[in-house]
Design a protein. Structure first.
Ligand SMILES: Nc1ncnc2c1ncn2[C@@H]1O[C@H](COP(=O)(O)OP(=O)(O)O)[C@@H](O)[C@H]1O
Ligand SMILES: [Mg+2]
Length: 369
């Protein structure tokens, strides 16, 4: 990324205040509607392994509104991808099982649908853009066939109408000369163009929700910025909700409206992006923000977060962040599983003395044991 996180946060603030500034008629102007399109409730996905049960997703809840980008951020292994795959019901089984919770998309619980119904939802109402475009594209089919296949399945178009829709989808992701590029095979395109093709497949059925799982990790930084800008543009044009998964807080500042911070399969903090950057409450969020490399500090080294991410098949019973926490607390205080508490309007924190320095200030909000 070309700018520091601080600059990005400033830009974000400016963008947010712009939205308020155009609110002249008193009804509020915002690209984000109040309509909740996706509601995840207490989702639990476990893997059965030789070493025990891995609680990769351990009671995750959030909602996403139309036109909104919710960032899911956390270190590698925190359960971000398994959460995404669970929403799509694509968790490899065995060893994975969704053992509890609800995934409500446009009012229907996806976990109750038959496999056939789910096939229609996937790539239709909800689609996923993965990290590596080569994984999503088949090397032996040209772009026209691959984009066309998705459209055929979900919209039943054929012939000229299908061709026009393919070209239109490629145009939406700003692929130059789409009629010509449609005849290309994946290996003939650059990495950035391939990821745009995956994006075209993702938006071709006008989904309510796009899940983007580290979509720019395989791209070069300059292309990353262009791709992310494109995603935001498409979002404004289509009003789609985006669940944007990343381990990069610098990208979060530019892309997301709200942020859920994941640790060991749970959400430890959830708030709008400004609050997350300006008033982080959980020690893990603070550490992640502190580990964002700033370009002006050209040390070439990332500050490290102390300690290792926990092994998920052997989690401590209560607050899984406690072993890495620098705060002072008793073993008993770390043993209780911390509840996610709304400490201020729309600011949720997994509250415990072992993870939150200002615990005493909010302790009265703790539910009775
Ligand atoms: N196929 C699998 N079998 C067993 N455990 C798995 C499998 N896939 C993922 N996991 C576990 O789930 C945890 C979360 O993984 P993942 O969601 O991919 O993390 P990330 O936040 O990096 O996307 C991993 O730490 C791993 O222990
Ligand atoms: Mg992942």
């Amino acid at each position: 990324m070309a700018e520091s996180t601080e600059t990005a946060v400033e830009e974000k603030k400016a963008a947010l205040s712009d939205t308020v500034a155009v609110d002249t008629d008193g009804f509020g102007v915002s690209a984000i509607s109040d309509e909740v399109v996706l509601e995840v409730k207490n989702l639990q996905t476990h893997f059965t392994t030789r070493w025990g049960t891995v609680k990769a997703v351990d009671g995750v809840s959030y909602n996403v509104r139309r036109g909104e980008t919710l960032g899911i951020v956390g270190e590698s292994g925190s359960g971000k991808s398994v959460t995404a795959l669970s929403l799509m019901r694509l968790v490899p089984s065995p060893p994975g099982h969704i053992v509890g919770g609800e995934v409500i998309l446009n009012g229907r619980n996806l976990l109750d649908l038959s496999e056939g119904e789910m096939t229609a939802v996937r790539g239709g109402e909800i689609s996923i853009i993965l990290q590596d475009p080569m994984q999503a594209l088949n090397p032996v089919f040209n772009i026209q066939n691959q984009v066309g296949e998705a459209i055929k399945i979900h919209q039943g178009l054929k012939g000229q109408a299908l061709w026009e829709k393919v070209v239109d989808s490629l145009r939406k992701v700003r692929i130059p000369a789409p009629e010509i590029r449609a005849k290309d095979y994946p290996h003939q395109l650059s990495g950035g163009m391939r990821q745009r093709v995956v994006g075209a497949i993702g938006i071709s059925s006008a989904p309510s929700v796009i899940i983007a799982d580290e979509p720019t990790t395989s791209l070069d930084v300059t292309i990353q910025a262009a791709y992310l800008r494109l995603l935001r543009q498409i979002q404004q044009e289509e009003g789609v909700a985006i669940v944007f998964i990343t381990h990069d807080f610098g990208i979060v500042a530019k892309m997301c409206d709200r942020v859920a911070v994941m640790y060991a399969g749970r959400i430890v903090e959830l708030a709008d992006v400004r609050t997350i950057f300006n008033e982080p409450m959980h020690e893990y969020t603070k550490a992640l923000i502190g580990s964002v490399p700033k370009l002006e500090e050209k040390t070439g080294r990332l500050p490290q977060i102390e300690g290792q991410p926990p092994l998920l098949y052997n989690l401590p019973p209560g607050d899984s962040f406690a072993p890495r926490s620098q705060l002072e607390f008793t073993p008993e205080e770390a043993e209780r599983r911390p509840p996610l508490v709304e400490i201020k309007t729309d600011h949720w924190v997994q509250l415990s003395r072992s993870s939150v320095a200002e615990y005493d200030k909010y302790a009265h909000l703790m539910p009775a044991e």
